[in-house]
Design a protein around this ligand. Structure first.
Ligand code: HEC
Length: 297
């Protein structure tokens, strides 16, 4: 056997080993996920978020300021009782179309922790535009104690922290339903297949929540729970969309600018490409001309 053949065989052996090495774990995972993982209530009954259209969607999306202002009102009058918004400052509200005076007046309607200038004691004071939205609880222990052992998360980044966050918030708020009558797409009844997955006291069934039972009572339950200043009818669905849009803004206030900067960049690249094309023609024109002459000669 020639040495070259041996070399090829040894090489093939190594390639085959490496391929198997990388293939086997993958196959095991795929097979495992398909057949071996046990069926759980979450796997069988959890729902992906519903799709909702928003003006800020897509590459040409823009904020719907009226909607963001309505969403802020829903936050203030409903969600703020339990959820903080600690990454947002009152002055950021100016981006929603409020004037400086309005922002100041709005901030003053909130109380934030402060210090008494005379005694040094902890106290509450009116918020300034530079303050951030306060957490409704002094600490996690208090938050837990007030909510059956669950902590209401800060909502500043929640639409980034969940898959399809905007749709998720909308779906969660409109997704509460009666667990005992709940049937999934395959017609299976939760109460018959997984009776242990029915909500315990202090929990509420919601198929859009990862664990199916959430420690938050439905916060938006009746139409006109919030009165919108712009005359929009405050159905539960409308309020849920508006707060979802507002929480998209809190999580990424520069979303629209980010999309808009893309266009000038693309335009510039296109322009640069055209320039480069002409430059190339210019630079090579002589060379090609000479070659053509050579051939003639
Ligand atoms: C009475 C208190 C209370 C109110 C009012 C309330 N929530 Fe909650 N919320 C909670 C608690 C408690 C949790 C944590 C639940 C858990 O961990 O099971 C929670 C969790 C959440 C979550 C996180 C779900 C997840 O995927 O982890 C979102 C989003 C949310 N609330 C949005 C809202 C919005 C929007 C409003 C206003 C329309 C609101 N909440 C009003 C108590 C409240």
């Amino acid at each position: 056997m020639s040495i070259r053949l041996v070399g090829i065989l040894v090489g093939l052996f190594f390639v085959a080993t490496v391929l198997l090495w990388s293939l086997v774990p993958g196959v095991v995972t795929v097979v495992g996920q398909g057949f071996l993982v046990e069926e759980t209530a979450e796997r069988e009954f959890h729902l992906d978020p519903k799709h909702v259209e928003f003006q800020h969607d897509g590459v040409l999306g823009t904020w719907d300021y009226a909607q963001l202002q309505r969403g802020y009102k829903v936050y203030k009058e409903v969600c703020a009782a339990c959820h903080g918004l600690e990454l947002v400052a009152f002055r950021n509200l100016a981006q929603l179309g409020y004037s400086e005076g309005q922002v100041k007046a709005e901030a003053a309607t909130w109380q934030v922790p402060g210090i008494d200038p005379n005694t040094g004691e902890a106290t509450m004071r009116e918020a300034e535009p530079t303050d951030h939205f306060p957490s409704p609880y002094p600490n996690d222990v208090a938050a837990r104690a007030a909510n059956n052992g669950k902590i209401p998360p800060d909502l500043s980044l929640i639409t980034k922290a969940r898959h399809h966050g905007t749709d998720y918030v909308y779906s969660l708020l409109t997704g509460y339903t009666d667990a005992s009558a709940y049937v999934n797409e395959d017609g299976e009844r939760l109460a018959s297949v997984f009776p242990e997955a029915l909500p315990q006291p202090g929990n509420y069934f919601n198929p859009y929540y990862s664990g199916l039972n959430i420690g938050m009572a439905p916060p938006l339950v009746v139409d006109n729970q919030v009165t919108f200043d712009d005359g929009t009818t405050a159905t539960v669905s409308q309020m849920s969309q508006d707060i979802a849009a507002f929480l998209t803004w809190t999580a990424e206030p520069t979303l629209v600018e980010r999309k808009q900067t893309g266009w000038p960049v693309l335009g510039f690249l296109l322009f640069a490409t055209v320039l480069a094309w002409f430059a190339k023609k210019q630079v090579w024109s002589n060379v090609k001309g000479k070659r053509a002459k050579h051939r003639e000669a």
